[in-house]
Design a protein around this ligand. Sequence first.
Ligand SMILES: NC(=O)c1ccc[n+]([C@@H]2O[C@H](COP(=O)([O-])OP(=O)(O)OC[C@H]3O[C@@H](n4cnc5c(N)ncnc54)[C@H](OP(=O)(O)O)[C@@H]3O)[C@@H](O)[C@H]2O)c1
Length: 276
Amino acid sequence: MRTHVITGGTDGMGKGLALKFLARGDRVFALASGQAKGAALLAEAARLGAADRAVFVRADLATVAGMRKALAEVTDQTDVVDGLVFGAQRFASKRIETVDGLEFTFALFYLSRYVLGHGLLPALERADAPVVMNLAGPGGLPGTIYWDDLQLTSGYQGRRAAMQGSRCVDLLGAAFPLRHPDARTRYVLYNPGFVRTGMADPLPPAFKLLTKTLGLVAAQSVDRAIGPIAALIDSPPAEPLSAFMRAKRLPLEGDDFAPDRALRLDSLTARLLDGL
Ligand SMILES: NC(=O)c1ccc[n+]([C@@H]2O[C@H](COP(=O)([O-])OP(=O)(O)OC[C@H]3O[C@@H](n4cnc5c(N)ncnc54)[C@H](OP(=O)(O)O)[C@@H]3O)[C@@H](O)[C@H]2O)c1
């Protein structure tokens, strides 16, 4: 029986993957902050006859305490993780400062993936063919990392935060094999393109209506989007790091994947966490 840990496993693509894996006999830890969606996932798991293989871990992954609690709850219950999927994200139109004094998108989209990815590596390395599947934005809209103001204390825009988050996640992937050169775990950065999920729900009303309307014609369904993602989790590329924009394999070149930038962000992040 394979074990998957899925952040954002109670909605959208994370939930789609959770139910797909449960239906075929795997075990799933779904990590998210809302009780109601967690309970709904467990009810659907029970209908699939998978109640004993579905675990909902309630944690606010925008807080460092929530990241560490989730990590401890998973490692208390399993020694082995075959697949780690990152899908937790929520758009923030206005700047939100977390209890740790961090900007919300930086914390949820990037830092939680840093803490859980490195923290679960020992459990991943015990699996036969371990993989990290990081659902994000490689090869998508450009974004800038504000090295001197990572917490975006001035000039905040939700889109700017989301794009900075995407670039940080690319560098997180680039740093992973540098930090763990002997690991067997394969790291995959994957941009699913436009997918019809609840992603637009936190947008301001006019943008939400526009995005939902566009989504009806231009976005893929969750069911379609997760097919190739599940296939890559089952059979990741042989290279330690790979990146995809849907089916298109992306070259790991340029600033987005530059080793010096990856290591710079990695050490900045380690120092930041040391103080929290
Ligand atoms: N949908 C797209 O078009 C698209 C395009 C490109 C990339 N992506 C990426 O694909 C991934 C999945 O997207 P999606 O659209 O499927 O997501 P989604 O439907 O919006 O679901 C987001 C998940 O994250 C959880 N979450 C939100 N805030 C959280 C918090 N503070 N702590 C813990 N969990 C939290 C949500 O549950 P709770 O609210 O209960 O916490 C939910 O389970 C994301 O990383 C996104 O950036 C999506």
